[in-house]
Write a protein that binds this ligand. Structure first.
Ligand SMILES: Cc1ncc(C[n+]2csc(CCOP(=O)(O)OP(=O)(O)O)c2C)c(N)n1
Ligand SMILES: [Mg+2]
Length: 803
């Protein structure tokens, strides 16, 4: 055996032991506390032990990036532990509070996770989009000193059931994907069961259809050698036709079961019988479990043979639970070794009791030599793998469109157009993307100026033929728009990759993705995934709400403002006016580049909004196509701040205010009209413009928590705004979205509140029809005000027609 293989074989033993012990130990510690078993890791991990050993200790280079299948997290942590990047303390506390994470996490783990995984399928697609981003960065002439890396996913065979993988495959084909490897852990088991026969052939056909190279790693080198012996060819045929269930069951039962079965099926009193009989039970078991995915020489050969950048899938046959007593059992997903099984495993590999965590305990090579080998592996050559990029300067102000009547969506298009015209470095780093709604979300003007991205030039034929068209659709390596097919999942996974470019490739991008607001829900898990990885991007969702009136219920959104509030890592805004949007967009450019420490906010008694803004995050803008009369006003510094903090008085309530209307977004004209119509009959009516229910709410919650911890002076923005209202004042809230978005405002200072909004699937009609239907028009606002702030009848409230 060559030297490298000797080391790798030792490391594989260590990796499997450490990962198994990590899980055993965690389970031992915690199952007694909560009655929870730490299942789902031992068998799943073991099946990737050989592949990950080969990759991390031999094949990977510092520029390569890997998404590790969620349940192989203990293997990943064990490898990083051996490399000195993971602590024993965190391993001992696997799945515990602040311990090594159950599923590899960029944000929660300390050992340089490249891509988080957990929700199966997403990490896989993430590698594909990361490789498109690498191409984007390279084509723009950035990251000059860095070689191109391979973006690698290690995925379970059942993970291939996730539809988002197929959406990504199609997109990858369209975009000319390169430098992407997917390694399928073909253990023929999912969580519940053994998978369908012949699935690999379906996989093979699918990948070939999308232009991928397919490498099937079925037999290990021991098997290959055995096939050459007399009788060996018949064994190969037997393996090829053995049902998955049977192979798994025999693997679980071990050597004597293999002997019995093989003799029954193949025994001939000749070559074949001799082939079987000359092997011990243990040798037979080793031979039969020597599948391609558990054979270091075959794996190294397959990986190192790749000398091109075409996307490549490896279908590697493996055994779920490889090397452990639960190998092959169909129920092993949540299986755990018993203490007795663990003890005999420990003895078998020469680890002394009490020395379980020692890095090189039980190696047959010697600690010093192991250390030297690890010191020289390419993966570790540059130490820590996470990169960074300086912040880009953000202009003090964006040029705000001055149209008297305009929608926020049009305003967005104009603001980006101005940026596209500018010479700001920031503008050069903007990447826009959209799932086939570029034109209908008003990205058109930006794309006209900055072009579409492709690695190869492609001219707009309509333009070349001088056929008049509003949009130039020219592709080039310098283009700044990535046009996607209609899959919203892909949009979010691409935004995630673009939004991690500073960390993955050392080059900062300012990603802006647009889509119709209701279709956020189509990609919601991917959006959550992007946020969990702390990717930074701006999401522009437009149009939104029932304001999309004639489009009907299939295109209208109701719950998205609540998503905006609840989604961690995403600051949601819903401006009504374009000067607000301009302020918010400028803020977003800055906010998404921040990476400070939030800890000091908790200590700072002078803290203004309690928003933990130091850490930054992504931004969601919920916009509308409804043209709205714009306020003619000077944008002052205090107003700017209030817009960012989430609300300001559009009309300050007087000292005896009987009612306040708080609105968000496109219903601004209704709120303004209602305040005008009731001014004669209610005293000192106030009008609160809410630009971000999300940030208002977050600040309020944080300030309360701070007070409970003893910071008695902590006050949030909304608390200060509402402090001046008399206690009897009623509050009517209204937005084109779910009423719960603003309903909590009443709890801030204990004001009676009536919350208007949309709760049911929309109708088609005019905006006026629908606002009346859902009770978010001026009349409904007045009716609510009359009920909540009793007094003389409000004259302009029409009697509701009995319909
Ligand atoms: C989106 C999503 N749905 C369900 C799960 C729960 N889950 C975790 S692993 C798994 C099956 C994994 O099978 P496979 O991909 O073949 O991996 P193996 O355990 O065989 O290594 C399931 C259903 C999940 N993590 N994510
Ligand atoms: Mg599987």
């Amino acid at each position: 055996m060559d030297q490298r293989l000797r080391f790798l074989a030792e490391l594989e033993r260590k990796v499997l032991w450490l990962s198994t012990y990590t899980i055993h130990n965690a389970n031992h510690l915690r199952s007694s506390e909560d009655g929870l078993k730490v299942g789902g890791h031992q068998a799943s991990s073991a099946s990737l032990s050989t592949i990950m050993t080969a990759l991390y200790f031999a094949v990977l280079r510092p520029q390569d990036r890997v998404a590790v299948k969620p349940h192989a997290s203990p293997i990943f942590h064990a490898i990083q532990y051996l490399l000195g990047h993971q602590t024993r303390e965190k391993l001992e506390n696997f799945r515990g509070y602040k311990g090594a994470q159950s599923y590899p996490s960029r944000t929660k783990d300390v050992d340089d996770v490249d891509f988080s995984t957990g929700s199966v399928g997403l990490g896989v697609a993430q590698t594909l989009f990361a490789s498109l981003v690498q191409d984007y960065v390279k084509a723009h002439g950035w990251a000059k000193g860095r070689p191109e890396g391979r973006m690698i996913a290690l995925l379970g065979d059942a993970e291939m059931d996730e539809g988002n993988i197929f959406e990504a495959l199609l997109e990858g084909w369209k975009q000319g994907l390169r430098n992407c490897w997917w390694i399928i852990d073909y253990n023929r088991q999912s969580l519940d069961a053994v998978i369908r026969e012949g699935l690999y052939a379906r996989f093979e056909a699918i990948f070939r259809a999308f232009g991928w190279d397919v490498v099937i790693l079925k037999y290990g080198s021991l098997q290959e050698a055995a096939f050459k012996e007399p009788g060996g060819e018949r064994l190969r045929q037997w393996i090829d036709t053995a049902p998955n269930q049977l192979y798994s069951a025999l693997t679980f039962q071990g050597g004597s079961a293999w002997r019995r079965r093989l003799l029954d099926d193949l025994g001939d009193q000749g070559d074949m019988t001799r082939f079987i009989e000359k092997r011990s039970d243990a040798e037979l078991a080793t031979l039969m479990s020597n599948l391609g995915g558990h054979d270091l020489p075959s794996l190294l050969d397959a990986f190192e043979r790749i000398d091109h950048d075409r996307p490549t899938v490896f279908i590697a046959y493996t055994i779920k639970g490889f090397g452990l007593p639960l190998a092959g059992h169909k129920d092993n997903h949540a299986g755990l070794l018993t203490p007795a099984q663990l003890a005999s495993y420990r003895d078998a590999i020469g680890v002394r009791e009490g020395h379980e965590w020692e890095r090189f305990e039980g190696t047959r090579i010697g600690a010093e030599a192991m250390r030297r080998f690890l010191g020289g592996i390419p993966f570790n050559a540059e130490g820590r793998r996470r990169l960074g990029a300086p912040r880009l300067a953000v202009p003090a102000e964006l040029a705000t469109p001055r149209q008297a009547r305009i929608s926020t969506q049009q305003g967005f298009g104009l603001l980006l157009n101005e940026l596209a015209r500018s010479r700001e470095e920031l503008a050069d780093r903007i990447v826009t993307t959209s799932p086939d709604v570029t034109v209908s979300t008003n990205l058109g003007p930006f794309v006209n100026r900055r072009g579409l991205f492709a690695r190869n030039d492609m001219k707009d034929v309509f333009k070349a033929e001088r056929i008049p068209s509003t949009f130039a659709w020219d592709f080039s390596p310098k283009g700044q728009h990535l046009e996607l097919g209609i899959a919203e999942m892909n949009l979010f996974i691409l935004l995630s990759a673009l939004g991690l470019s500073h960390s993955l490739f050392g080059e900062r991008l300012i990603p802006i993705g647009t889509l119709y607001d209701p279709f956020i829900q189509r990609g919601l898990d991917a959006l959550n995934y992007a946020c969990y990885q702390d990717a930074r991007f701006i999401l522009v969702a437009t149009p939104s709400g029932v304001t999309l009136a004639p489009e009907g219920g299939a295109h209208q959104s109701i719950g998205t403002p609540l998503i905006g509030m609840a989604q961690d890592g995403l600051a949601a805004f819903e401006p009504a006016f374009v000067d607000e949007l301009s302020v918010i967009l400028r803020f977003a450019f800055d906010y998404l580049q921040r990476s400070g420490d939030s800890a000091h906010a908790e200590r700072d008694v002078e803290e203004k909004s309690w928003l933990r803004d130091e850490t930054g995050g992504s931004v969601y803008l919920r916009l509308s196509t409804r043209p709205v009369e714009q306020p003619q006003r000077e944008m002052t510094a205090p107003l700017r701040e209030e817009i960012i903090d989430g609300a300001y008085w559009l009309r300050k309530p007087g000292p005896n205010a009987q009612v306040v209307i708080a609105y968000a977004g496109a219903v601004a004209p209704e709120a303004i009209a209602a305040v005008g119509l009731m001014a004669e009959d209610r005293r000192d009516v106030g009008l609160l413009a809410v630009t971000s229910a999300d940030r208002l709410n977050a600040g309020w919650t944080a300030a309360q928590r701070a007070r409970e911890r003893g910071l008695v002076h902590a006050r949030s923005h909304i608390e200060r705004l509402l402090a001046q209202l008399p206690p009897h004042c009623g509050l009517v809230t209204v937005l084109d979205g779910h009423p719960a978005t603003l309903a909590w405002l009443g709890s801030v200072a204990g004001h009676r509140t009536r919350s208007l909004g949309v709760e049911h699937f929309g109708q088609t009609g005019t905006i006026a029809d629908l606002y009346r239907h859902y009770g978010i028009d001026a009349q409904a606002i007045i009716a609510a005000a009359q009920m909540i702030a009793p007094g003389r009848p409000i004259r302009h409230l029409r009697a509701v027609e009995a319909s």
